[in-house]
Design a protein around this ligand. Structure first.
Ligand SMILES: Nc1ncnc2c1ncn2[C@@H]1O[C@H](COP(=O)(O)OP(=O)(O)OP(=O)(O)O)[C@@H](O)[C@H]1O
Length: 642
């Protein structure tokens, strides 16, 4: 036992307290014991009164129901971290060995850090009080060596852990991004883009913090706490038991706070996502906002949203601070135990000064990890919410229309596109089409006409397999288009929509976006066909000119022509032009149509346009109305005004 170190020392008091302590000391001893009982009693009463609950339900009425929003019906769903982390397993598995090695290093560096106060005890009891100067420098030497080794182990461990946890995170983010590319498009029309963005960016960052910072720190704090507790028991089990008597209080505070923190974290994440979406939308429409003088209105909206988040942040931090009451209570009780009870033991001769000093230092070291463990609860609740939000996306099944393995032969791909009994709705309730049937002949230009909102763009998206029909089929060469191989299909059908999309890169990269290996001559040929080559050549940097974010440095007509060039470069068998020339003047439109006629010989063009001239040039006309198909046949035969 540690007191063996005290045996050669002369400073111990030989008699027990009961027999030789001055009467005042015995009184002091009893006083201390009663004080300790009193303090523990007060904590107990606090526990029973549930003062933390009372405090928070008074300050923040919303917490009465256990949910930050104040909804009395809704209980916070606080899944266990292990349940939430379950899916991380497949990402951790490939790095299992290195992660275990890292944990061993972590344990080693913790253990090495724990030795310092023990050496202090040896120095006090044996060197200074035990008059053994000969061991002073060897002890100091070993101590410094251990400190240096401990530092080295910590640095190596940090390097290893960051390297592998970053790899894990990158894999997770890539999978999430790729999953987003495969889930049904309806998800994007039902959810705010800012919210989706914040799930990939900030929620993923919170998960990264969990993997790279919170877990290692938690582990380090936990190990330190356990090792220190074991050493404290070794030094003096009575004082340690008294110190740890407060642990049930700590556990209760944590249990009471956890669901509230989770609910608050969820509200915070949603509010943050709302702000991200607002900023995204507002910055995307800067020109319109300025044109209508709505800048102040936008500023006010941001200010209102921010004040909402401040309120949540303050609640979150105050709740977190309550967990700080535990180490504070520890500090009060333990000061009394060490300097009161422990001091009395020294006076009684049952404890050496070195042991008391070591006990006091180790006890001080318990507070840090304990505080760390409690602070970690805040971060873990945030990460749990982040994991939940990311899982919500990962749990969406990929679109079924992305499967299929058939490839059409040349002969079959030269057949018509047949729409048979097609029904579709975005929300499963309001049908855009019902039992629609018509044919798009191969090798011809078919114009698709109808009133605004009748479903022309929706139909084009169905041809592109962006959505799956609710009923009926679209067949090509007799095969359902959803049974065709996705990669093959993407090279056979191209679409230019009314809303062009360009990336903040060069004109060259934008044109060859879907065919990155296309050579410059082929790109120029496509640009010539789209009547944009001369304009590009007139720019100082030609094809290397940056188009600006979403093509802001180009006018509408130029953006459309770049999009057409991009589609032409793909050399598709079926080309869909959905109001793709709406921004062009008549001459440019005529020019493009003429070149397309040559380029798309024996290929199919589907043309959505409100211009009568465009329709009259088509070989075939399909007109949609509220009741479904109004007309299909030669444009010249159509008598109504489409
Ligand atoms: N992503 C979507 N989610 C829900 N409803 C949608 C979506 N896109 C379109 N709609 C609805 O579907 C209907 C058909 O829209 P669509 O864009 O296909 O019409 P359109 O004939 O192309 O119109 P326009 O000629 O004005 O472009 C409209 O009532 C529209 O509100």
């Amino acid at each position: 036992m540690p007191d063996s170190f005290a045996k050669p020392l002369n400073i111990v008091i030989q008699d027990t307290c009961a027999t030789s302590c001055p009467t005042e000391n015995r009184k002091f001893c009893r006083l201390l014991r009663w004080t300790q009982i009193l303090i523990l009693g007060i904590f107990n009463i606090c526990l029973r009164l549930k003062f933390v609950s009372a405090l928070y339900s008074t300050k923040f009425p919303g917490f009465r129901s256990g949910h930050a929003s104040g909804n009395t019906e809704k209980k916070p769903v606080d899944p266990s971290i292990w349940e939430q982390m379950g899916y991380l397993g497949s990402y951790l598995k490939p790095h299992k060995k290195i992660l275990i090695f890292s944990l061993i290093l972590s344990a080693l560096s913790t253990a090495l850090g724990m030795l310092q106060p023990w050496f202090a005890k040896i120095l006090i009891d044996r060197v200074f009080l035990g008059h053994q100067p000969g061991i002073l420098f060897p002890v100091l030497g070993v101590l410094i060596l251990l400190l240096v080794v401990g530092f080295g182990v910590r640095v190596a461990n940090r390097y290893l852990y960051t390297k592998y946890s970053a790899r894990i995170l990158f894999a997770m983010r890539e999978d999430l991004f790729s999953h987003l590319q495969r889930i049904p498009l309806v998800y994007f029309s039902k959810n705010k883009i800012g919210d989706i963005y914040s799930r990939i960016a900030s929620d993923m960052a919170d998960i990264q913090a969990l993997v790279t910072d919170i877990f290692p720190k938690y582990l380090f704090d936990f190990l330190t706490f356990i090792i220190t507790a074991v050493i404290l028991f070794w030094l003096n089990w009575e004082m340690t038991l008294m110190s740890l008597a407060i642990l049930p209080f700590a556990v209760w505070v944590v249990q009471a706070i956890k669901p509230k923190l989770f609910a608050l974290s969820e509200d915070l994440a949603k509010t943050n996502a709302g702000i991200a979406h607002f900023l995204f939308e507002s910055l995307s429409n800067t020109a319109a906002i300025r044109a209508f003088g709505a800048e102040n209105c936008e500023n006010e909206k941001l200010s209102t949203k921010q004040s909402g988040i401040l309120d949540l942040l303050l609640r979150f931090q105050v709740l977190g601070a309550v967990s700080g009451s535990v180490p504070m209570a520890f500090a009060i009780v333990n000061t009394l135990i060490v300097f009161g009870f422990g001091g009395m033991k020294v006076l009684e001769g049952n404890l050496t000064i070195g042991t008391l000093v070591a006990f006091s230092v180790y006890q001080g070291r318990v507070f840090g990890p304990l505080q760390g463990l409690l602070d970690g609860i805040l971060s873990i609740q945030k990460s749990k919410v982040a994991l939940k939000r990311v899982r919500e996306i990962l749990d969406i099944s990929p679109s079924t229309n992305q499967t299929g393995d058939q490839v059409l032969s040349l002969e079959l791909s030269a057949k018509d596109l047949a729409i048979e009994d097609l029904s579709f709705s975005y929300d499963g309730q309001t049908p855009v089409f019902k039992n629609l049937s018509f044919t798009i002949p191969h090798g011809k230009t078919t114009a698709l006409a109808g009133e605004s909102g009748i479903g022309k763009t929706t139909l084009c998206h169905l041809f592109m397999r962006l959505y799956a029909p609710d009923a009926g089929t679209i067949t090509w060469g007799g095969k359902d288009i959803h049974s065709l191989d996705r990669n093959w299909f993407r090279t056979q059908m191209a679409m230019v929509s009314q809303e062009t999309f360009l990336f903040h890169t060069s004109i060259l990269e934008n044109i060859r976006f879907f065919k990155p290996d296309a050579d410059i001559e082929t790109v120029k040929k496509a640009a010539k066909a789209a009547q944009i080559h001369e304009f590009i050549e007139s720019l100082p940097k030609g094809y290397d000119t940056l188009v600006g974010d979403r093509g802001t440095r180009l006018c509408g007509g130029q953006k459309q022509r770049l999009s057409i060039a991009r589609a032409i470069l793909m050399d598709p068998k079926i080309l869909i032009l959905d109001e793709a020339t709406a921004f062009l003047d008549k001459t440019a439109e005529e020019g493009i149509k003429q070149t397309l006629k040559d380029l798309m010989k024996n290929k199919t063009i589907i043309l959505v346009s409100h211009r009568k001239t465009a329709i009259s040039h088509a070989h075939h006309l399909v007109v949609l109305g509220n009741e479904g198909l109004i007309f299909q046949g030669r444009p010249q035969e159509f008598t109504h005004d489409a």
